[in-house]
Ligand binder design. Structure first.
Ligand SMILES: *[C@@H]1O[C@H](CO)[C@@H](O)[C@H](O)[C@H]1NC(C)=O
Ligand SMILES: *[C@@H]1O[C@H](CO)[C@@H](O)[C@H](O)[C@H]1NC(C)=O
Ligand SMILES: *[C@@H]1O[C@H](CO)[C@@H](O)[C@H](O)[C@H]1NC(C)=O
Ligand SMILES: *[C@@H]1O[C@H](CO)[C@@H](O)[C@H](O)[C@H]1NC(C)=O
Ligand SMILES: *[C@@H]1O[C@H](CO)[C@@H](O)[C@H](O)[C@H]1NC(C)=O
Ligand SMILES: *[C@@H]1O[C@H](CO)[C@@H](O)[C@H](O)[C@H]1NC(C)=O
Ligand SMILES: *[C@@H]1O[C@H](CO)[C@@H](O)[C@H](O)[C@H]1NC(C)=O
Ligand SMILES: *[C@@H]1O[C@H](CO)[C@@H](O)[C@H](O)[C@H]1NC(C)=O
Ligand SMILES: *[C@@H]1O[C@H](CO)[C@@H](O)[C@H](O)[C@H]1NC(C)=O
Ligand SMILES: *[C@@H]1O[C@H](CO)[C@@H](O)[C@H](O)[C@H]1NC(C)=O
Ligand SMILES: *[C@@H]1O[C@H](CO)[C@@H](O)[C@H](O)[C@H]1NC(C)=O
Length: 384
């Protein structure tokens, strides 16, 4: 333990007017010693600098034998949190804020009370998407009449297997019979991605290794949404985006307060990230398991089981239903409007970032285990 070290005292009138330049911080990506300013509002507010040690860090974890129990408990929690997120009094889980995940900080100062707050500059982890809109040349769509009414739209994507041979992925969206009654229908779902080893495994006859898949430091998501017209038996609007997500590090200023006898992120004074400091997390680590049909492991999906009751909707995967009214801000009609792509993507990113951040933090909390595994993986461990 580095302990509490008073470096200087200064007099201030207002707690929150402390400038960040006064914070002396030593930051490195993996193991961090952070100096924070501790503020006390007594009659004369007092500033003190202290050093805090990072107690958890982020890295890939080997699959445990009991992963199924652990995974299913966590994802139930995540699912309900996701739905609670829009409530005005929602507070993010400990060590997270929106899509930011913070390391656990070892603050052992025993004199904390409600009159003390601290400002810390710390690296935070967040999922960073990199998206491109696919053009007509990247895929083709084949529409067929469905014998039970409605239509099927199959999206084919050509790609090259690691062996060099040409192959194609196909994903089918069902446009159900209600399209004949209402004249139109909306769809939104996920397609497979040639960039994910999991997705091309069967087609390319690859031998898949769960640990290797879980430790792949990125994840590609191909999003498809659009509006289908009965009259033309075709899409009036169809949008296909391919996003590659990986973990990034961003320097963040965080206010800490003492609430309910624990030190927590100050929601009244939300963390601010310095976007100029964003860089890939080094060393890279795996994208958490999504579960469900999109997942690597046979575990439940990380998304809550939500259903959007709307006769104009034919196909809406759970990643999309959580962003649609009443669960999110997106209107069903937005899936047919060219101008709405960015807003839809932002919602998809923010939900994914929040969910995966929470998941990551659960891992990070396993301090002792993480340390051992870090060594097994040959990743630099903590200093002593
Ligand atoms: C803080 O105290 C806890 C419990 O006493 C201990 O496990 C932890 O290592 C300490 N943290 C630091 C940074 O010394
Ligand atoms: C948040 O508000 C909802 C209803 O508005 C209430 O049911 C819930 O208990 C509140 N939660 C907290 C933590 O105050
Ligand atoms: C916090 O400050 C208030 C007002 O100055 C004081 O009444 C209270 O006792 C202080 N609380 C603690 C735990 O020091
Ligand atoms: C994919 O390849 C097949 C045959 O190799 C070709 O018929 C088809 O047009 C290609 N599709 C796209 C979207 O390039
Ligand atoms: C679409 O791609 C598939 C698979 O590559 C191919 O079999 C089919 O002929 C293509 N359809 C059109 C209309 O290009
Ligand atoms: C679907 O069936 C209708 C007649 O019910 C026909 O006119 C149309 O060409 C068919 N469309 C496709 C894509 O097969
Ligand atoms: C027709 O659509 C249903 C879902 O609405 C699907 O289960 C079924 O396989 C489709 N039939 C064909 C022939 O594509
Ligand atoms: C949908 O198409 C079918 C077949 O062409 C037609 O019978 C039906 O009236 C159409 N429905 C609407 C709402 O236009
Ligand atoms: C995804 O992004 C990562 C990090 O930028 C990169 O290393 C990887 O090659 C990308 N994967 C695909 C399939 O584009
Ligand atoms: C930094 O980026 C986040 C989204 O990634 C955004 O919400 C925030 O406003 C940006 N901050 C600044 C200062 O531009
Ligand atoms: C079509 O989908 C909507 C929305 O999922 C659903 O309410 C409706 O029952 C479906 N209709 C059929 C015929 O499957």
């Amino acid at each position: 333990m580095l302990g509490f070290r008073a470096l200087y005292h200064s007099l201030r009138l207002k707690v929150y007017t402390v400038t960040l330049s006064q914070i002396l911080a030593t930051i490195c990506a993996f193991l961090t010693t952070i100096a924070a300013v501790l503020l006390t509002t007594k009659i004369i507010p007092e500033l003190t600098t202290m050093q805090i040690q990072q107690e958890s860090w982020f890295g890939s974890q080997q699959l445990s034998a009991s992963y199924q129990d652990e995974y299913s408990t966590t994802r139930e929690d995540i699912g309900s949190l996701l739905l609670a997120r829009r409530m005005s009094n929602f507070t993010y889980p400990r060590h997270t804020y929106a899509d930011l995940v913070f390391p656990t900080l070892g603050i052992n100062y025993t004199n904390w009370n409600a009159n003390i707050s601290a400002q810390v500059r710390t690296p935070a982890a967040k999922l960073l998407p990199s998206c491109v809109k696919l053009s007509d040349g990247d895929f083709n769509v084949t529409i067929k009449n469905n014998t039970s009414g409605g239509f099927t739209a199959t999206i084919y994507q050509n790609f090259t297997c690691p062996s060099g041979s040409s192959a194609s992925l196909d994903d089918t969206l069902y446009i159900n019979a209600t399209v004949e009654k209402y004249g139109l229908s909306y769809v939104a779902g996920l397609a497979q991605s040639p960039g994910n080893t999991l997705d091309i495994g069967p087609t390319c006859h690859l031998v898949l290794d769960n640990d290797a898949l879980l430790n792949t430091p990125w994840r590609v998501q191909t999003y498809v949404w659009g509006k289908f017209l009965n009259s033309t038996m075709d899409f009036d609007y169809l949008s296909v985006w391919r996003c590659n997500y990986s973990w990034a590090e961003v320097t963040t200023d965080v206010g800490l307060v003492w609430t309910n006898k624990v030190i927590q992120i100050d929601h009244q004074n939300p963390p601010t990230q310095d976007n100029s400091t964003i860089k890939p997390w080094s060393p890279p680590f795996g994208f958490p398991e999504l579960g469900g049909s999109q997942g690597i492991l046979p575990v439940n999906e990380v998304f809550p089981d939500t259903e959007v009751e709307d006769p104009l909707v034919s196909h809406l995967s759970t990643q999309f239903s959580v962003i649609v009214e009443p669960f999110g801000p997106i209107q069903i009609e937005d899936f047919g409007k060219p101008g709405q792509d960015d807003e839809i993507l932002d919602e998809l990113h923010s939900n994914l970032g929040f969910r995966m951040g929470f998941r990551l933090n659960r891992f990070a909390a396993h301090y002792g285990r993480q340390r051992k595994l870090a060594a097994e993986y040959g990743i630099e461990g903590p200093g002593t």
